[in-house]
Design a protein around this ligand. Structure first.
Ligand code: PSV
Ligand code: MN
Length: 401
């Protein structure tokens, strides 16, 4: 009933509800392997009963999230946290859980030699080691069928004069150009930025503009990765998204929410309207957004890990659904007429629409639970893994305990 009323209302506004449903069924949110293991802040790791202890358990958990939602069919891996002997076998293990290996994330921030940086380090030997690790990750991509090399660097300095900022910029470009040569055919390099942390005076890739300028130099298949947690308060992320989409350089997202300095809160919890604005730009871009990768980057410290991941995926689904039902015809008319608040109200109307009946219908047609969180709570998966795995080891996501 509620669904029929909603369809009637949307159809009157010119929204093609069947097309919206088809798009929602094709939505793809990648979950991170590191979100399933124990992790913490730099103050404390609270071990979670049932946290995954290795990549195989992480794949099982990711498969479970996909089974409940139908829209989380891949898992990002972080190397060496998820390193195994046999990569083909890992890809098969993922497949057995109904998921695929997604982005491969090299880790060049946790070894002692990277104290002063990785690919921008003053020592050529350290830079070479970091490049070799990224090349190894390109090989892992080929073996696992991954199409994304997802790069983030903790590189930067803490004090004026600590190192030459411009030389570090050159080192960054050289290293990425070298790595780019090793990307498997058809794959892409995503370059992430972060405006501070762990370096506090300057970060080598501090914002989207630096990542974009670097991507342009590196090659066509180098694009920017927008981690929603990596901006100063008040930054208009939707604007960045629209700009990069228009330039053909938006590679993907790391979704999370950021209240102060940490970026590991559940996406769409503190800032659901912002997430809607971002999805609105993506929907508006149409085909230009075809290859954008949607990944979650969250490590939960006090939240139940599986439920937190479920909520993250579902919040993205809700934001996307709301963006899909924006009355674009009226919006365009009001924009042309300079109707400032009329245009805003079109956005507000979509945002305030209760899309739950639509999502229940979509889930029913997809053969997944109408309410994935209720299904999770009624299920015994979490208890089972808690019994099997216990409280795991601190830092089993890879984060130091
Ligand atoms: C860094 O804060 C980051 O956002 C990068 O994407 C890392 O790969 C990820 O978090 C996990 O540490
Ligand atoms: Mn990230």
């Amino acid at each position: 009933m509620e669904y029929n009323l909603l369809v009637e209302r949307l159809t009157k506004q010119g929204v093609d509800v069947e097309d919206v449903k088809a798009k929602l069924k094709r939505q793809h949110i990648e979950t991170p392997s590191w979100g399933y293991g124990n992790s913490g802040t730099r103050f404390k790791v609270f071990a979670w009963n049932g946290a995954a202890r290795n990549i195989y358990e992480k794949l099982a958990d990711a498969g479970y999230i996909h089974k409940l939602t139908g829209v989380a069919p891949s898992v990002a891996i972080h190397i060496p946290w998820d390193k195994v002997e046999d990569w083909q076998e890992l890809a098969q293990a993922a497949q057995a859980h109904g998921v695929a290996i997604g982005a491969v994330n090299p880790n060049v921030f946790q070894d002692d030699q990277y104290k002063l940086g990785s690919i921008t380090h003053p020592s050529a030997a350290v830079r070479e080691e970091a490049i070799a690790h990224m090349v190894e990750c390109c090989e892992i991509m080929a073996k696992t069928g991954s199409a994304l090399l997802s790069l983030w660097f903790a590189d930067g300095t803490n004090y004026a004069g600590q190192d030459s900022i411009s030389e570090r910029k050159q080192r960054m470009e050289d290293a990425l150009k070298e790595t780019y040569k090793h990307l498997p055919a058809g794959s892409r390099m995503l370059i992430e930025y972060k405006f501070f942390e762990p370096a506090f005076y300057h970060t080598d890739l501090a914002d989207w503009g630096m990542a974009y300028a670097t991507a342009l130099k590196v090659g066509e298949r180098a694009q920017v990765l927008v981690d929603t947690g990596h901006h100063a308060q008040g930054t208009n992320i939707a604007h960045i998204v629209a700009f990069l989409l228009d330039e053909g350089r938006l590679g993907g997202f790391h979704f999370n929410a950021r209240k102060y300095a940490d970026d590991d809160l559940i996406v769409g919890t503190t800032n659901p309207f912002e997430l809607f604005e971002i999805y609105h730009e993506l929907v508006s871009a149409g085909e230009a957004a075809r290859d954008v990768a949607y990944m979650i980057d969250q490590s939960h410290n006090i939240e139940p890990k599986l439920e937190a991941m479920l909520l993250s995926v579902l919040n993205c689904q809700v934001a996307y659904a709301k963006a899909l039902i924006v009355d674009r015809k009226t919006l365009a008319e009001r924009q042309r007429n300079g109707d400032v608040l009329g245009a805003y109200r079109v956005m507000q109307d979509a945002y305030e629409t209760d899309v739950r009946p639509l999502l229940v219908q979509v889930r029913d047609e997809m053969g997944v639970p109408a309410d994935p969180i209720a299904a999770y709570r009624a299920d015994d998966y979490a208890q089972k893994v808690a019994q099997e795995r216990g409280s795991g080891v601190a830092g089993s996501s890879g984060y130091p305990g």
